[in-house]
Design a protein around this ligand. Structure first.
Ligand code: MSP
Length: 663
């Protein structure tokens, strides 16, 4: 039996899980489910990364010991995943005894083999990243991630002879084109290896500077560098060096985003090679989820909470959206509008509608029992072919991480099935009393729907189980249906005549996009009315002289869409103080109903004292690119009217909630 071992990154415990973490873990979950459908034995590992300075700082802030702190957050991660219909088998924590012992055994082995040495090192250390940067890696002398100036630290440390293995690694990547996939990341790693910027890896931190880590087995004054420690989770969780699971399940399949490409593509394979262990099968790298094309960040207040989304729109619908919207490898932009659009178009209109109409017709014509098909006609063979192609493509594309394309190919089938209902018109066949033909048509539909539901189990486990049980099949969102997917392609079998079906189905109710739909509709009406009044007579012909034509604006015209692209909202000032380095500027912290208050800088100091601004209701554009003014960032722009001599704030005359949109 083939085995499939899937991992996610182990997440830092200094922040709440967000859309990005959820995406990786949902994709890993779906891949595991996909391999289950292929009949493989699977193991799904996720976990938390709990050592390092950042944890100590976060724990201090909450008045907890590091251990108390990490226990609390790790438990939150573990409890969260099932809410997103994620079913992991093993959860590793870098503070687990088994992990600590494995890390120490690994360090000792590589040390004994002579690939770890002690040396003096000076480098630019970024506390945010908890790593050293070489001169070349800095951007204008700043850390490329945090845009802060790193400290120059010189100290004695232990080093892993990584540079010794880099030529071998380059060759391995060249010989194995899909070792790192998609291609763009493989090229990135090869360029990194060509650049000559990679050196030996500093793998220790002196305890004088950091204590919250795994002690080096050969020197009690040092702890292990977090990345060296964290990467080893992938084998410590399997009980390396001596447990059976390691021999059963390693090598595994990794899934990460592009932010942690280097440790996974360079550090990790060289570490494994130095210890004489087989390399992982593939490093699968995905892009970043952005929000309105901007990186999610706490300070921007635009972090998407996956649990909120799944509560609001349904977990499986949310999962479907993630797969359908992101082309694996590239960045994608998240928006609730796009999510609602997908739910209404793909799930409610296409898939949900198919189930609803076919099940209610089968209830009406065959008392909710699968009818026995008679002679297949050309149209039925055509559907069988489309079904075989769609399933074949779906399975192949899913296996090669092309989820969006795979779903699109499955939806070609769903749409064809809806068309088939329209063209075969079962209601007419019933009226004509052509029960033989009606039985065949309904059977073809039900059989193809069952196949569709099976294919969707990895992406939408609960909805798939619901669909299958509506089709009279035994189904469970957590356990794979007892079928072999390979045997399902190329036939319309699998649903026995006589099987009792649900009489109706309402899988994905449409979401009423009230504001937009109504707003647009009214707007359209308004425009028509105006068109008539201003420019046209009752026959729609141009009137001789349009009355009351407004003068052109000095700024020219903008399309309505351009205005709508601005995110202008109402907020209440919570905190205000003078900018420490700019006399005319006030630094404000404003509540826009977001998870954290937003910092905005505004040139109001000559018109308002900071104290007088507290409690004021203001309007601001929130999606302007952040601007740095004398060392501080502004994440928006307050709207004012007037000029330098006389200036006022724009506000609203009703007590609408913070965060209300101005449209
Ligand atoms: N602890 C390390 C990983 C060690 S693995 C041996 C770490 N943790 S993390 O909490 O920062 O998680 C990073 C991962 O979270 C990314 O690689 C990705 O899987 C996920 N994401 C975080 N933000 C993301 C987006 N905005 N978009 C998509 N996924 C991203 O790094």
């Amino acid at each position: 039996m083939k085995r499939f071992f899937m991992t996610t990154p182990i997440y830092y415990v200094n922040a709440k899980p967000h859309l990005g973490h959820a995406y990786t873990t949902v994709v890993a979950d779906a891949l595991v489910r996909y391999h289950k459908l292929l009949g493989e034995e699977t193991l799904f590992l996720t976990g938390t990364d709990e050592h390092g300075d950042k944890i100590v700082q976060a724990a201090n802030k909450e008045g907890k010991t590091p251990k108390e702190f990490v226990d609390g957050i790790s438990a939150r991660f573990q409890a969260l995943w099932p809410e997103l219909h994620i079913r992991f088998d093993r959860f590793v924590r870098t503070t687990d005894t088994q992990h600590i012992q494995a890390v120490q055994a690994f360090l000792q082995q590589v040390y004994d083999a002579g690939d770890i040495y002690f040396g003096e090192f000076g480098g630019h250390y970024c506390y945010g990243c908890e790593r050293f940067y070489t001169e070349k890696e800095l951007e204008n002398g700043l850390c490329p991630q945090h845009l802060t100036k790193p400290d120059y630290i010189s100290e004695k440390n232990y080093f892993f002879r990584m540079s010794k293995y880099l030529p071998w690694l380059k060759q391995h990547i060249a010989d194995n084109p899909d070792f790192i996939r998609p291609q763009r990341y493989r090229s990135e790693v090869l360029a990194m290896l060509e650049s000559g910027a990679l050196e030996d890896l500093c793998i220790s931190r002196p305890k004088t500077r950091l204590t919250w880590g795994i002690e080096l087995p050969f020197d009690k004054d040092y702890v292990c560098y977090v990345w060296f420690d964290a990467l080893l989770n992938y084998i410590s969780a399997l009980g390396w060096p001596d447990k059976e699971d390691f021999t059963r399940f390693w090598p595994g399949e990794h899934l990460v985003a592009k932010d942690i490409l280097k440790p996974h593509a360079v550090f990790w394979p060289t570490m494994l090679h130095a210890a004489g262990l087989p390399l992982y099968r593939h490093l699968n790298v995905h892009g970043y989820w952005l929000v309105r094309d901007t990186k999610m960040s706490k300070s921007l207040g635009n972090v998407v909470d996956p649990v909120n989304m799944s509560k609001k729109y349904g977990t499986d619908a949310f999962r479907y959206f993630l797969f359908r919207e992101m082309h694996f490898g590239a960045d994608a932009s998240f928006s609730e509008d796009a999510l609602m659009g997908r739910i209404n178009a793909d799930l409610a209109n296409d898939l949900g509608n198919l189930f609803s109409r076919v099940l209610s017709m089968t209830a009406k014509y065959f008392n909710s029992r699968v009818p026995r098909p008679k002679t297949y006609q050309q149209d039925d063979h055509a559907i069988a072919d489309i079904c075989a192609t769609a399933m074949h493509n779906y399975l192949q594309l899913f296996g090669s991480m092309q989820f969006a394309q795979g779903l699109e190919s499955l939806w070609e089938l769903v749409r064809e099935l809806n068309k088939y209902v329209d063209t075969q018109a079962p209601w007419s066949l019933a009226k004509q009393g052509n029960m033989e033909r009606l039985a065949t048509v309904m059977y073809v539909l039900l059989a193809a729907m069952r196949k569709t539901a099976l294919c969707l189990w990895p992406v939408m486990p609960k909805a798939s189980a619901d669909m299958l049980s509506q089709l009279g099949q035994t189904a469970d969102q957590d356990n794979a249906p007892a079928i072999r997917m390979g045997e399902e392609v190329g036939n319309l079998d699998g649903i026995a005549p006589g099987t009792v079906l649900a009489a109706s189905s309402n899988l994905f109710p449409r979401i009423e996009v009230k504001k937009d739909a109504k707003g647009n509709a009214e707007q359209e009406k308004e425009e028509k009315k105006e068109g008539k009044q201003k420019g046209q007579n009752s026959e729609g012909k141009a009137a001789a002289s349009p009355p009351l034509l407004p003068p052109a604006s000095a700024k020219g015209l903008v399309a309505l869409e351009q205005f709508k692209a601005l995110d202008i909202r109402v907020g209440t000032v919570q905190k205000a103080e003078k900018h420490p380095n700019a006399d005319r500027i006030v630094r404000l912290e404003i509540d826009f109903g977001e998870a954290v208050n937003r910092q905005i800088l505004s040139g109001l100091a000559e018109h308002y004292t900071p104290e007088s601004l507290i409690g004021k209701r203001v309007c601001a554009i929130l999606n302007l690119e952040p601007r740095k003014i004398r060392g501080l960032f502004s994440y928006g722009m307050i709207l004012t009217a007037g000029n330098d001599a006389h200036l006022g704030l724009l506000t609203v005359d009703q007590n609408v909630p913070n965060g209300s949109e101005i449209a």
